[in-house]
Design a protein around this ligand. Structure first.
Ligand SMILES: O=CC(=O)O
Length: 328
């Protein structure tokens, strides 16, 4: 534990992949007394009442009824990231606790990641790397053909801040851009990136060479891309997912990739994460997988931490909370 006079903030831990970012601990300790879940478990009655905020990093710690009941002084749950599918917002609100997240910090790096995956899958970068570094040079070839990005059509599903930044980037690659979203963007916003609205998802799927999933996971978007939707796509189409694994029916995706229903997939997200090591997606050459690293840059992660510090301090001081998540 840190300085006992500072406000108590619960963090998942300091160690391992689910701990908070190691480089951030010193900065956080300038403002807060960091209390780990382990500290809380070991001494619930003494530690629980000191905790005024929960700092969620890598979707940890999980917030459930039992945890909320053990934190009587809790004011805010501060979540690193844009997605909120791991939080029960109604439950948290029922305890009078606020929620904040960090949407601005993640949108550019996640859009960059979407383009990185799109380009990698189109130009078969991972397979190419394996070929170029293989001890056996007999297959080394410059007849290593992929899909042309310039002039192709990108369909973006989910035109929030991440989707829009993808469109800005895709425009520089001279792509034709279609998008589908719950709400149509203003015409000036469409014109600024040259994006055409597709009211029908099916239209977008049929017309796109690349389909990029950039929406959040909700009960309405869960498994939005299933067997039927994959069959609407072109047999050469490349599906890129920078949203959440559950946006796609993964079994249907495996089948589509194995049988040539679509060309390839590039996924930053899956379910579960990580995939079991014997999962069929891991065996397919036409799959590029990364470990949910959309926002994983030094700059974005530092900004996320600074934003969360700001939101926690504002809530503890009774000020308007930057990036507060309001219940719809
Ligand atoms: O997954 C990343 C995020 O929710 O920002």
């Amino acid at each position: 534990m840190g300085d006992q006079d500072l406000p108590g903030v619960l963090v998942s831990g300091f160690e391992g992949p689910s701990g908070i970012c190691k480089d951030h601990v010193g900065e956080l300790q300038k403002y807060f007394n960091l209390i780990t879940v382990q500290d809380l478990l070991e001494n619930k009655t003494q530690v629980g009442p000191k905790i005024q905020a929960v700092y969620i990093w890598n979707r940890k710690p999980a917030i459930d009824q039992e945890l909320l009941q053990s934190l009587p002084a809790l004011k805010i749950v501060a979540n690193a990231g844009a997605g909120l599918d791991h939080l029960d917002l109604k439950l948290i609100a029922s305890f009078g606790v606020k929620v904040a997240n960090t949407p601005q910090a993640v949108s550019s790096p996640t859009a960059d990641m979407g383009m990185a995956l799109l380009l990698a899958a189109a130009r078969r970068v991972v397979e190419g790397h394996q070929l170029a570094t293989s001890p056996d040079t007999k297959n080394f070839s410059t007849n290593w053909l992929g899909q042309e990005v310039t002039g192709s059509t990108l369909g973006i599903i989910g035109m929030g801040s991440i989707g829009y930044k993808v469109a800005q980037r895709a425009r520089a690659f001279e792509m034709n851009i279609l998008y589908h979203n719950r709400k149509r963007r203003k015409s000036e916003e469409e014109e600024a990136v040259g994006a055409t609205y597709c009211e029908r998802l099916d239209d977008l799927l049929q017309r796109s060479d690349f389909v990029m999933l950039a929406m959040s996971l909700t009960p309405q978007t869960q498994r939005l891309i299933g067997r039927r939707e994959l069959r609407l796509m072109k047999p050469t189409a490349i599906l890129v997912n920078i949203g959440r694994g559950l946006l796609v029916d993964q079994d249907a995706l495996v089948e589509a990739l194995q049988t040539g229903v679509i060309g390839a997939a590039a996924l930053d997200v899956s379910y579960p994460e990580p995939l079991p090591r014997d999962h069929p997606l891991l065996k397919l050459k036409n799959v590029t997988l990364t470990p949910h690293i959309g926002s994983a840059t030094h700059q974005a992660r530092w900004q996320m931490m600074e934003n969360l510090i700001g939101s926690i301090l504002a809530s503890l001081n009774g000020l308007p909370i930057p990036n507060e998540v309001l219940l719809k």
